[in-house]
Design a protein around this ligand. Structure first.
Ligand SMILES: Cc1cc2nc3c(=O)[nH]c(=O)nc-3n(C[C@H](O)[C@H](O)[C@H](O)COP(=O)(O)OP(=O)(O)OC[C@H]3O[C@@H](n4cnc5c(N)ncnc54)[C@H](O)[C@@H]3O)c2cc1C
Length: 370
């Protein structure tokens, strides 16, 4: 059977055999939300999966209790992909026994023209208003784009849900080397070398080094990013998730904020005034970020108390924005990007397809940055 596929694949001019119609061995490298979503999808389709993880699952860029989900993007293709993701978030929530995305809505404020145009082009529900929605900042600068389908992703619950499926397939080892050999790939870690028909590299900060081994160039620049949580003055308030692009507090300052639990509001900043450079060191950047975000809360997000009650840190890829990058090199699929959490339920199936068909599927190509 395998021989027929190899021959047919060559006849089609593919770099390897199509794998989608037989159970195959697939390695997924990384047990963050992207790797787990991919491994879960492949397991559900009946394939033999090994999911390598060098640390604890969901402890790197996928760490923490929450993320923002939004249909709102600056390109219609991404709005459409997010809409598909929202449907699958609902399906995941049904299987998990509780919603994994809340119904708080998401608001984008300030520079919203491209966002509104993309929402319109994709036929997504939204409204634009000058009246501030119920945000914890009374003086928030508009205009405001309200995305009623957005809300808070329960990130930790999502991890638990996916690990229920993928847990038995986890291999607690760091992948050191990928060796393509005659249409398959040898995956070498400290204690073993195993052979797989396909490999999906979803290793976050570990992706550039592994991708380089199969000739795929992935940017390896990193910055230190920290998100801070504050107590809301009204513990019963349920504000929408909020992306502040208005610069109304200080020019060049932008932020995202959302509920992380009853009465608790998390904020991350992106600012011309904030040096998050890797060379500065985590401690110094975290201190600078804390001072800036605390001042923002004290002066602008006055619905919250300006004392940090929790921090979430990650090494973040700078400048990638929204959108998903993927490449296929022989039997190896590589994925990278920023803000990938919201797309996890559509990324898993798309990356599974990429591994089985040995090409980036059209939907994933459409989700690449324009
Ligand atoms: C504070 C913060 C806020 C964010 N806000 C949002 C948001 O609102 N909306 C949104 O959609 N996204 C958001 N993001 C981004 C989103 O969380 C990430 O894009 C997403 O979690 C990335 O998941 P991942 O699986 O690709 O990477 P990771 O979660 O980093 O997983 C990669 C895994 O691979 C493992 N690994 C690395 N190298 C190897 C190796 N050689 N062998 C074995 N294992 C290896 C690592 O240990 C890690 O567990 C935010 C991120 C942060 C940190």
């Amino acid at each position: 059977m395998g021989h027929i596929f190899v021959t047919f694949g060559k006849w089609l001019g593919r770099t390897g055999p199509p794998l989608s119609s037989v159970p195959v061995r697939i390695a997924v490298i990384g047990a963050g939300v992207v790797g787990l979503a991919t491994a879960a999808e492949l397991l559900v389709r009946g394939h033999d999966v090994g999911c390598y993880e060098s640390g604890a699952p969901m402890a790197a860029r996928s760490v923490g209790d929450t993320r923002i989900f939004r249909l709102a993007h600056q390109r219609p293709e991404l709005v459409e992909w997010a809409a598909r993701a929202r449907e699958r978030w609902s399906a995941w929530g049904e299987r998990a026994g509780r919603p994994l995305v809340g119904d708080e809505g998401t608001v984008v404020s300030g520079d919203i023209d491209a966002w509104a145009a993309a929402m319109s082009a994709a036929g997504a529900p939204f409204e634009v208003t000058d009246a501030p929605p119920a945000l914890p900042a009374a003086a928030a600068g508009g205009p405001f784009l309200r995305d009623p389908t957005g809300g808070v992703v329960r990130a930790a619950d999502t991890g638990r849900f996916l690990l229920d499926v993928v847990g038995p397939a986890l291999i607690g080892e760091t992948v050191e080397e990928l060796r393509p050999v005659g249409g398959v790939v040898e995956v070498a870690s400290a204690t073993r070398t195993a052979t797989f028909d396909a490999v999906v590299v979803a290793a976050g900060t570990g992706t550039p080094a592994l991708a380089a081994q199969v000739g795929v160039a992935v940017p390896d620049a990193l910055v230190h990013h920290t998100r801070f949580t504050f107590a809301l003055r009204d513990p019963g308030a349920v504000p929408p998730a909020w992306i502040d692009r208005s610069g109304s507090w200080r020019p060049g300052f932008g932020s995202y904020g959302h509920l992380v639990g009853p009465g608790r509001w998390a904020i991350g900043a992106h600012s011309d005034q904030l040096d998050e450079s890797w060379e500065s060191g985590r401690e110094a950047v975290e201190l600078r970020s804390r001072e800036l975000v605390t001042a923002y809360v004290a002066e602008h997000v006055t619905g919250a108390l300006p004392e940090v009650v929790e921090t979430v840190y990650c090494a973040s890829p700078p400048g990638l924005g929204d959108g998903v990058r993927a490449a296929v090199a022989g039997a190896v699929v590589v994925v990278w990007g920023d803000n990938l959490f919201k797309f996890a339920p559509v990324l898993g199936p798309a990356l599974a397809d990429a591994a089985l068909d040995r090409e980036v599927p059209a939907q994933l190509r459409a989700a690449a940055p324009g």
